[in-house]
Design a protein. Structure first.
Length: 191
């Protein structure tokens, strides 16, 4: 049976970023999760967290997490705390970890990507990350420019048209998605 660990990975990825970066507000967190998921997909055909991102003006937004933000699920509440923090002219909702990071659900590649992102953006504030998530010809820019506000950002857009392993990665993505759908609908997909 396929064991779906996306939720545990999501919560633990947030714990990781809360423990390994500074100034972790909601927008910075959303950008880090987007970079993690899209970079991992680019190599494997799978996201890390299972989140789906929408194009909003300030960048990619994981809509499900955005909706959960005001009333977090029990596992989120047990692991994380959202703390209002006054920043000059506004209040940032900073994320703090209540628990230690659990790496048991992560692959070496996933850990390497998270560590690289944490190192690169440790002291960065979210406005300084806008250029990264809004990169010209990047996934967000393609969707924002063609479909506009709230359109879903397909993971396939993380792959360049001339990507060497593009077809193999897309095939792996289709196979993984079929397993997830079978699992979600009570099937007996094998992992």
């Amino acid at each position: 049976m396929l064991i779906d660990r996306r939720r545990e990975k999501l919560v633990n990825a947030i714990v990781y970023f809360a423990r390994n970066t500074n100034h972790l507000g909601k927008i910075k967190l959303f950008k880090l999760l987007y970079l993690l998921d899209f970079e991992h997909f680019r190599h494997t055909g799978r996201s890390v967290t299972g989140l789906h991102y929408r194009a909003w003006q300030l960048g990619p937004v994981p809509l499900h997490l955005m909706q959960e933000w005001e009333q977090p699920e029990p596992d989120f509440n047990a692991a994380l705390e959202i703390v209002p923090e006054q920043v000059i002219d506004h209040v940032r909702q900073s994320v703090r970890a209540r628990v230690d990071f659990d790496d048991s659900h992560f692959t070496r590649r996933e850990m390497d990507i998270m560590q690289g992102l944490a190192n690169q953006y440790r002291e960065t504030y979210s406005p300084d990350m806008i250029d990264v998530t809004h990169a010209e010809n990047g996934a967000w820019a393609k969707v924002w420019g063609s479909e506009g506000f709230n359109a879903e950002i397909p993971y396939e857009l993380s792959l360049a048209d001339d990507e060497e392993n593009r077809e193999a990665i897309l095939e792996a993505a289709r196979e993984y998605q079929a397993m997830i759908e079978a699992h979600d609908h009570g099937g007996t997909a094998r992992h």
